[in-house]
Design a protein around this ligand. Structure first.
Ligand code: MG
Length: 401
């Protein structure tokens, strides 16, 4: 028996972000979602670079795992070449469909779900701090869904020379539906609502419904859904048109109005769709020019800035979290160890209950007490820095005599 896949996909800026840093690929038989992170436009750059590199590798016939490592290398190199983009990275959850077998790669906290016989199952593990606490039994899934630090990742693409990417396969059956989504969907939308949305037979209607539900739940983050439904192939079925979608590049992308969203609030339909999605030209020879699949009228909401925290520590943490996802291994600060000596720490100067959000990156023999008052101020700030910046300040403090 041959299986045929139909897909639907949509990305949306959400209600509280100034940009859409998510990106997705639907280029049968490759499907992927990326959720970028980092200051400035680094998140958009990371997710776009990752989907492009992944799609190019798979199109050349590389196994998806190799193409994902190539995507990691591309993002990592880009971050190394541009000190402004220290800390850039992205999640990646993707699969290729080969003869009914879905071969997945996954890193970060975007998710893959399978709906089979009316039951929804999460296929991917969240590579996040709270995800690991759930797996250790220290936190329930319900507590994790509301945890203030749920966006802190333990792994991401592009932050290390070699990424630890999960690989797994799933043999699909007729009627199965796979959902790939960013945390802007899986965070605010309960599993049961996801399950019901995926039972729609039209995958595009399912994707639109899911985005509408995430917006109805407050749309705190960028929202992306890729829905793939497999059924028995009718004779003579042709592949669907390939589409690669990412945040727009004015030089090459086309941004147009998208379809209205099924199930949206009256009058809110145009707002449901982000201007951040556009198509690229299909790469197959002789393929028709790009057809926009998802885009929308940009009615950007003002981003809500919530600074006003008194303590410097909380301000630093809030700023880091407001910028999106913070990866512990890519931010650094200088502080004092229990024995009074200085050290560079990687992560955030805070704890979640008993769990510190940081680890010692490099230990100094120099004591805090030996510093001048001005130098102590620099340490007391516990400011978050990129690796190079932290090393530069540590030199300035004379931490490596
Ligand atoms: Mg996100």
């Amino acid at each position: 028996m041959t299986l045929a896949a139909r897909h639907g996909a949509l990305t949306d800026i959400g209600l509280h972000r100034a940009t859409n840093e998510d990106a997705f690929v639907v280029r049968p038989s490759l499907y992927a979602v990326c959720d970028g992170m980092g200051g400035a436009n680094a998140g958009e750059v990371a997710s776009a670079l990752a989907v492009e590199t992944l799609a190019a590798g798979v199109a050349r016939g590389e196994p998806i795992a190799a193409a994902a490592q190539a995507a990691n290398a591309a993002v990592y190199r880009h971050a190394q070449d541009d000190p402004e983009q220290t800390g850039m990275g992205t999640t990646l959850t993707a699969f290729v469909l080969e003869d009914g077998t879905a071969r997945f790669v996954h890193i970060g906290d975007s998710r893959a779900y399978l709906l089979r016989d009316g039951e929804l199952r999460q296929l991917s593990d969240d590579h996040s701090l709270v995800g690991e606490m759930v797996r250790d039994g220290r936190l329930s899934a319900d507590e994790a869904a509301l945890h203030p630090h749920r966006s802190i990742l333990s792994r991401a693409l592009g932050t290390e020379p070699q990424a630890r990417i999960d690989e797994f396969t799933e043999d699909l059956l007729p009627g199965d539906v796979v959902l790939l989504c960013s945390d802007g969907l899986s965070g605010p939308v309960p599993d049961d609502v996801i399950r019901v949305a995926l039972t729609r037979s039209d995958p595009q209607a399912a994707a639109e419904r899911l985005v509408a539900e995430a917006r109805r739940a407050g749309g705190p983050d960028n929202i992306t859904a890729v829905v793939v439904r497999v059924d028995e192939a009718p004779h003579g079925a042709e592949d669907e048109e390939a589409t690669l979608v990412r945040p727009p590049d004015p030089a090459t992308d086309i941004v147009v109005d998208g379809p209205s969203v099924a199930g949206g609030e009256p009058g809110d339909a145009a707002d449901m769709l982000a201007a951040e999605a556009a198509t690229l030209l299909p790469e197959e020879p002789g393929a028709s020019p790009a057809t926009p699949v998802a885009a929308g009228e940009a009615r950007r909401r003002r981003s809500l800035r919530r600074l006003g925290v008194v303590a410097a520590l909380l301000a630093a943490l809030a700023a880091a979290l407001a910028a999106g996802v913070v990866l512990l291994s890519t931010v650094f600060f200088i502080a004092v160890e229990e024995d009074g000596r200085l050290a560079i720490f990687s992560g955030l100067p805070a704890e979640v209950g008993p769990v510190p959000l940081h680890a010692v990156y490099r230990r100094s023999v120099v004591a805090y007490d030996s510093l001048s008052p001005a130098a102590r101020t620099l340490v007391d700030q516990r400011r978050l820095r990129g690796r190079q910046d932290a090393l530069g300040v540590s030199e300035q403090l004379g931490m490596w005599p």
